[in-house]
Ligand binder design. Structure first.
Ligand code: XMP
Length: 513
């Protein structure tokens, strides 16, 4: 799979992951590496193309990031984007300066149709600009291939040397024909065949895991979430019974979730592996008794998880490898390609550090979330597991305001199940990033039948978001909300009121703790 690869050299731009995503959308494997990656490592990787990202610096700034000079002479096509384009111009003898007018946002760019980079792109096309410096004069040997009224060199190229540069950002969706430009680069200029597929990923990953593990024993902390489930299935396919999955049911899962995980991975499941389900509900509830502060709750849940996991790991004994479901955004965000350590952040607060492992296996560390889902489907995981919503490691512990008790868990589980069922039935889940029920700490008076009630209020939360960093409250149709509220009050004992949360993020968060 690595045979045909494009390397993105990261100069600190905001969109570095997006560039890699776009290249992979062309079915070409792509990795992001820091700009400081040495020339020898780069040559060893043998990429078919290199992309320089944008970045916040000016090429004239003190210590501004640069690439080795030799990179331009490798004969490997390079596409410089924004800062990357200015760096290329600057290092090869062109002129970069502060633009008299900064361009931000959608800008109409006039492109030269004879350039392979712009093949099948409209002559006037909308691109996303975000720059204060610009290339005033292209280096010798380069031809200017695009401009705007305010930017004389919006693109330039020296096809003989395989060097291409664009001032705008083809990777963002606001650049209308950006995907075509990236495809033109990887296919038309780098001559990649585009044979990167999930089935080849799975096949290769299985082979690599087998080689690494040999006859060793492997342990996987399975949470039932998408990433750890896909990692577990991949390992099961590779090493079968040498794998043991430990699934800690902390009693803070969604309704029936523990059984669903067991149905897939347990003895009667679809995979041949050793599966240990630890029913630790009571243990968690007793540790959580009297704890109200949200951060404290997270800490208690995280620590208890580790203790349970350690105990189970000791029972199994002599485990050589630990599997983690780390995915590519985690790798990039935690400092580019450095391998994760045992104590690194985990869904539920960090994995144990006192259990001896020879090595960590992270089979998904090069995949984006949607690619992980595709790999899951490829591996035969049921769709309902693969396409589930994100669910926090501390689970319902962060969806119950105030103290967590078994009875409150029951209320929130039942209310959440009703909400999810009705939203799905009404087809109102399209476009929702996440939706769930939470239990507030408010009790109020109600009347049911002929009697007075003094019960809890459930809060419904539904948000539209693609990156989960910001979110808008979703506009769920009133009829659906009315039906959900009616069912919850009737069916969930202890709840007499249902509220809908209209807060965005910011100022709220998505979770309700
Ligand atoms: P917030 O509440 O911070 O949530 O707006 C953003 C996204 O992160 C998820 N989330 C977590 N995921 N462990 C996780 O694995 C956690 O401790 C955690 N807290 C929040 C949340 O569900 C949402 O998708």
């Amino acid at each position: 799979m690595e045979k045909e690869m494009v390397v993105v050299l990261d100069f600190g731009g905001q969109y570095n992951q997006l560039i890699a995503r776009r290249v992979r959308e062309c079915n070409v494997y792509c990795e992001v590496h820091p700009y400081s990656l040495g020339i020898e490592r780069l040559k060893d990787m043998g990429p078919k193309g290199i992309i320089f990202t944008g970045g916040p610096n000016s090429v004239y700034g003190d210590g501004s990031p640069r690439c080795p000079e030799e990179v331009f002479g490798l004969g490997i096509p390079i596409l410089g984007i924004c800062y990357g384009s200015q760096l290329m111009a600057h290092m090869l003898g062109g002129k970069v300066k502060t633009a008299p007018v900064s361009e931000y946002g959608r800008t109409e760019v006039e492109v030269g149709r004879e350039s392979v980079l712009f093949s099948n792109v409209q002559e006037k096309t909308v691109c996303w600009m975000s720059h204060t410096d610009y290339i005033e004069k292209a280096p010798a040997g380069f031809k200017v291939t695009a401009h705007t009224p305010a930017c004389p060199v919006a693109a330039m190229e020296d096809p003989a040397r395989g060097l291409y540069a664009v001032q705008f950002h083809p990777e963002v969706m606001h650049t209308k024909e950006g995907m075509r430009m990236i495809s033109n680069f990887v296919r038309g200029i780098c001559h990649c065949k585009g044979d990167w597929r999930m089935d080849s990923f799975v096949e290769n990953a299985v082979r690599q895991v087998r080689e690494k593990v040999g006859k060793g024993r492997v342990l996987c902390a399975l949470s039932g979430g998408v990433d750890s489930s896909v990692a577990a299935v991949l390992l099961a396919k590779a090493v079968g019974k040498q794998l043991t999955c430990v699934f800690v049911d902390h009693g803070l899962l969604r309704k029936n979730e523990g059984d669903q995980v067991e149905a897939v991975f347990g003895d009667k499941g679809i995979y041949d592996l050793n599966f240990v389900r630890v029913n630790a509900q009571e243990r968690f509830y007793s540790r959580l008794a009297g704890v109200e502060e949200p951060e404290e709750k997270r800490k208690v849940i995280g620590e208890e998880f580790i203790r349970v996991f350690e105990e189970e790991a000791r029972k199994i004994g002599a485990v050589d490898f630990l599997v983690q479901g780390t995915i590519y955004p985690d790798v990039i965000e935690s400092g580019l390609g450095k391998s994760a350590v045992i104590k690194s952040h985990h869904n539920v607060g960090g994995l144990p550090d006192c259990v001896d492992f020879k090595e960590i296996i992270e089979p998904l560390r090069m995949l984006f979330k949607d690619e992980v889902r595709r790999a899951g489907i490829e591996l035969g995981l049921p769709e309902h597991l693969v396409n589930r919503q994100p669910f926090p490691g501390p689970g319902l512990g962060v969806r119950i305001v105030g103290e967590v008790t078994a009875d409150k868990v029951r209320m929130v589980q039942d209310a959440d199940a009703v909400f999810r069922e009705e939203v799905a039935k009404a087809g109102a889940d399209k476009g929702l990033g996440q939706f769930f029920a939470a239990l507030t700490n408010m009790r109020s008076v109600g009347v049911m039948g002929d009697g007075r009630t003094y019960d809890y209020a459930v809060a419904l939360r539904a948000v539209c978001t693609s990156d989960f960093m910001t979110a808008e409250a979703a506009q769920i149709p009133w009829e659906v909300l009315g039906k959900v509220a009616g069912r919850i009050v009737n069916e969930v004992k202890g709840v007499n009121r249902v509220l809908y949360d209209c807060t965005g993020k910011p100022p709220g968060t998505i979770e309700f703790e």
